[in-house]
Design a protein around this ligand. Structure first.
Ligand code: HEM
Length: 437
């Protein structure tokens, strides 16, 4: 079996770092960007890109930008206008309003790409349904779901790690959160991949068209679901859709804000968590010593609490080492300095989570997977006011899915080379055939 992360020479990493352009990323970078990130951290941690934006790779610089949400805006109207409001998608019959394409409307209405007041309002509503108690309450259903997938895998003697396992979990969990009927969940993954895929720095015409089509299809589906939920409200303690419809006692969301934040929520909790589970199981293939150690630690655990602690450390290390979301973006609202470099007002900034999470200034042996790593202050969920609203849910899914998989199938093995998603922003695999004994 070839290595899943092909090595890169120091010379090639230096070349790619010097000429980095997010609009044109070669295949060897997408397969293994880490040597390029390391070179950038050492030589140009605030790298100016050919389009005039800057690319940050140091942990401390990312934290500083994430923390200061007043200076560094998440609002994407300036960037996404030229990216998405282009013919023919900003014109009938594609456009959702004259000059407004579907992807532009979606990505500029979701909380993650907004500043206060919309961000604050939507976040408060969502967080109210993701309390510690609510998340703990999801564990028994999650265990049943994971075990039923493992039963099928056992009967078949294997399957595909991504299609038959990793991707099958988040779609159900996030579908439950919005109480989407089971029979309707099949197209969600395709829509989600296409809409989030359209955030990639460079898009083919086909990817762009698919993104616009998917926003339209997803919004049309949710419009009917919202109308139905208005007629028959759910329990706002658990059902996020009912909460979003009812608002938080203040100003209600507009119809567009409501629909597009539901689309975002379904997407946000989906591909990211699929990739956490998939990347983790594939990391175990690449790091047999860590796999043995993890199995030993799980066997030695004398209580559920200890087992949970072992898994919690492991999940955070998988998140650090192969962050499923590799990039964030901000725009400087005023002239400022980042990492000692002066930036003008309006500067566009890419925060490279994948690079910050392997910064030697923050971690001992950052290029080594260490599933017992303590004090792991990774940035896989971002940081500051926009830090992932679903992080506890994602961690729960990770612990249950990865923990139950490896304990049930300690000897699982790949039967063919996995297929990478080859995306810069969302790092993960599309296929990974495997067998169990
Ligand atoms: C391993 C899984 C996940 C990863 C790696 C991840 C990563 C992230 C990151 C990096 C951000 C911050 C973006 C920024 O500041 O620019 C974010 C925001 C967000 N995530 Fe997650 N996420 C995951 C799972 C989930 C799940 C399961 C949910 C749903 C329950 C979710 C809901 C959200 C929401 C609503 C936001 C926007 C928060 C805000 O803007 O205030 N995520 N996520």
């Amino acid at each position: 079996m070839n290595t899943l992360t092909p090595p890169m020479s120091a010379q090639r990493a230096a070349e790619l770092a010097a000429s980095l352009d997010l609009r044109q990323l070669p295949a060897d970078f997408l397969a293994n960007p880490y040597p390029v990130y390391a070179r950038l951290r050492e030589t140009e941690p605030v790298k100016r890109l050919p389009d005039g934006s800057v690319f940050l790779t140091r942990h401390a610089d990312l934290v500083a930008v994430y923390r200061d949400a007043q200076l560094f805006s998440s609002d994407k109207q300036v960037e996404f206008g030229p990216k998405y409001n282009r013919p023919p998608y900003d014109q009938a019959p594609w456009a959702v309003a004259p000059g407004v394409s579907p992807l532009y409307q979606h990505h500029t209405s979701s909380l993650v790409f907004n500043d206060p007041p919309l961000h604050t309002r939507v976040r408060k509503i969502i967080m109210g349904a993701l309390t510690r108690r609510a998340i703990e309450g999801m564990a028994p259903g999650l265990i049943r779901l994971v075990d039923s997938l493992l039963d099928t895998i056992e009967t078949q003697g294997g399957g595909d790690l991504i299609e038959d396992f990793a991707s099958a979990i988040p779609v159900e969990i996030i579908g439950n959160l919005l109480d989407v009927p089971h029979a309707d969940r099949v197209p969600l993954r395709g829509w989600s991949l296409a809409i989030l895929g359209a955030l990639e720095p460079a898009l083919t015409p086909e990817q762009e068209a698919l993104g616009h089509r998917s926003v339209k299809a997803f919004s049309a589906y949710l419009k009917d679901l919202v109308a139905e939920r208005r007629r028959h409200p759910g329990d706002p303690e658990h059902d996020v859709l009912t909460r979003l419809i009812q608002g938080d006692g203040g100003e209600a969301l507009t119809e567009v804000e409501l629909l597009q934040n539901c689309v975002f929520l379904l997407n946000a909790g989906h591909e990211t968590t699929t990739n956490l589970i998939g990347n983790a199981l594939l990391c175990l293939q690449e790091w047999p010593g860590q796999r043995q150690q993890l199995m030993k630690d799980l066997r030695a655990a004398h209580s559920n609490e200890v087992r949970e602690e072992v898994l919690a450390l492991a999940v955070d290390e998988f998140l650090r080492f192969e962050s499923s979301n590799q990039l964030s973006n901000r725009r400087a609202l005023a002239a400022c300095a980042v990492g000692g470099v002066d930036l003008p007002a309006g500067a566009l900034i890419t925060l490279c989570i994948g690079a910050a999470n392997r910064d030697p200034a923050q971690y001992t042996e950052p290029e080594v997977l260490n599933l017992r790593r303590q004090d792991n202050k990774h940035l896989a969920f971002g940081f500051g006011p926009h830090q992932c609203a679903g992080l506890s849910l994602a961690r729960l899914e990770g612990r249950i899915a990865i923990g139950r998989f490896v304990q049930r199938f300690p000897n699982f093995r790949l039967t063919a080379m996995p297929e990478r998603g080859m995306r810069a922003r969302f790092r993960g695999f599309l296929k990974a055939p495997f067998a169990v004994d």
